[in-house]
Structures are given as C-alpha cells and as structure tokens.
Ligand binder design. Structure first.
Ligand code: HEC
Ligand code: HEC
Length: 220
C-alpha cells in the first residue's frame, strides 16, 4: 500500500505540474478541458500531493493578495474572503470565472492565465486558512438577522453558515460583499443569476438584508 501510494504521488506530481510538450506549444491546458473536480478529489486523497499543491498555491496567491488579503481574509469590505470556504465551492467559482460564466473584469484575466493545477492549488491554499469574522457593531440588528437566517438561510448554508460543496460558506464574510451579492440575486442583476438564491432573496427588504449582513458577517 505505501510504496504504491508513493509511486502514484510521484507520477501525479511529476506529470501535471510540468507542462506537457503538447500544451507547452499552445497555452497552458485550459480549465475548460480539465475536470477540475476530479483533480481536486485526486489531490485531496493524497497527502503528499496535497502539500505540494498547497505550496504551489501559496505562490499563486501572491497575485491575489492585493485584493483578497494575505491568507484570504480580505481587508476590503467589497472583496470576499476566500479563507475557510469549501474548496469544491471555491473551485467551481474559479472555473466559472475561467469560462466567463461568472464575471469580474479586474480578475478574470488573472484567473484565465492559471493552469488547472494552479487553480486547484490556490483554492486549497486559501480554503485551509482560518477566517477572521467581523465584529458585531449593532447587536439588535444582528439579532434580527439571526432570526431571519434561522428561518431561511440555514437550510442551504448550514446552521453555522459553513456551507457545503455546493453552497458557499458565508460565515464571517465581508459586509459589502454580502450586501452586494444579496441585492444582485434579489434584483436579478449581473451575470450571477441563481434560481435558488433568487427565490430565497425575493422577499427580502433592504432592512432584512442589512440585518442578515450584520449577523452573517459576525458568524464564526
Ligand atoms: C483586482 C482585485 C482582485 C484580484 C487581483 C483577485 N480578485 Fe478574486 N475577486 C475580486 C472581487 C471584487 C470579487 C467579487 C466579484 C463579484 O462580485 O462577483 C472576487 C471574487 C473571487 C472569487 C469568488 C468568491 C466567492 O465567495 O464566490 C474567487 C474564488 C476569487 N475571487 C479568486 C481569486 C484568485 C484565485 C485570485 C488570484 C489568482 C484573485 N481572485 C484575484 C477581486 C480580485
Ligand atoms: C435553497 C438553497 C439556498 C438558500 C435557502 C439560500 N441560499 Fe444562498 N446560495 C445558494 C447557492 C446555490 C449559492 C451559489 C449561487 C451561485 O453560484 O451564484 C448561494 C450563494 C449565496 C451567497 C454568495 C456567496 C459567495 O461567496 O459569493 C450569499 C451571500 C448567500 N448565498 C446568502 C444567503 C442568505 C443570506 C440566505 C438567506 C436569506 C440564503 N443565501 C439562502 C443556495 C441557497
């Protein structure tokens, strides 16, 4: 079992991390051509490869740190934390930026320039880091937000807001980013249309959104 696992790790580590002759001629292997989820599962099942990919991801993260912060805790309220999120969810968002399904002008070029393994690596690096939740500034507002959250949002994002592979972690997320995202889903604005989020934000007033943002941003 051990020698086999080691051999597998060596094979995987030496092949995809270096460009193959075919992909070196053109650009790097494009994300669209690779099953990123399968690659993520492969890496997660192999501790040595996992560590190597996280190291690689840490280097890639230097390109993202200006906006997403060192260690994925953003210092700008309209830019999301990547720390502590679910790797499968974040990888899917990266894929969407890479194929143009989700859009953000100032980032998509950078994402498109990453190889599939760089994408997996940077996602693993960030999602391993601990989140720093936002302090509560208005306890009464946050309590109203909790009541709303516990009625509706917990069903998908979880009682603690930690999310799953399909549903984002939102606990501790940046306030402006939460507010902007919720309004976009509610109002059907921007490229990020999602039927589940549209249905679950349709009934929200701006005041409901403020309350939920106050609560969710402070969740640990
Ligand atoms: C110029 C600033 C900037 C840079 C540099 C940047 N990002 Fe972003 N990123 C953003 C903003 C702003 C958003 C939110 C876009 C939106 O509103 O949909 C975002 C969103 C994301 C998301 C979605 C998060 C979620 O919760 O859904 C991921 C994943 C992401 N970025 C990864 C990266 C990675 C990886 C890099 C480096 C390779 C990077 N970003 C570099 C500004 C940046
Ligand atoms: C039926 C399931 C469901 C419910 C209920 C739900 N969500 Fe979501 N939520 C999702 C899905 C799916 C996504 C990802 C959509 C996408 O890819 O754009 C999402 C995305 C989000 C995002 C963007 C996260 C990010 O990192 O970009 C926020 C913020 C959010 N939800 C907040 C809420 C809040 C607050 C509530 C309660 C009012 C709620 N959601 C209720 C399914 C749900």
């Amino acid at each position: 079992m051990r020698p086999l696992a080691l051999l597998a790790a060596l094979l995987v580590a030496s092949a995809p991390l270096a460009p193959t002759p075919a992909s070196a001629q053109t650009a790097k292997t494009r994300a669209v051509d690779v099953d990123l989820r399968a690659r993520l599962a492969e890496v997660q099942a192999d501790p040595r490869l996992f560590d190597a990919m996280v190291q690689q991801g840490r280097k890639v993260a230097a390109f993202c740190a200006n906006c997403h912060g060192e260690g994925g805790n953003s210092t700008k309220p309209d830019i999301p934390n990547l720390a502590g999120q679910n790797p499968a969810y974040v990888l899917e968002q990266v894929r969407q930026f890479a194929v143009g399904k989700r859009r953000y002008e100032f980032m998509e070029g950078l994402i498109k320039a990453l190889s599939p393994d760089e994408m997996v690596g940077v996602v693993l690096y960030y999602t391993q880091q601990p989140v720093r939740p936002q302090p509560v500034s208005d306890a009464a507002l946050a309590a109203r937000g909790k009541a709303y959250y516990d009625k509706i949002c917990f069903r998908c994002h979880g009682e603690e807001g930690h999310g799953t592979e399909q549903f984002a972690r939102i606990a501790g997320q940046q306030r402006d980013y939460l507010r902007i995202s919720l309004k976009r889903y509610r109002d059907g604005k921007g490229p990020r249309i999602d039927p589940l989020m549209a249905a679950n934000t349709r009934g929200m007033s701006d005041a409901d959104i403020e309350a939920v943002v106050a609560y969710v941003s402070s969740m640990r």
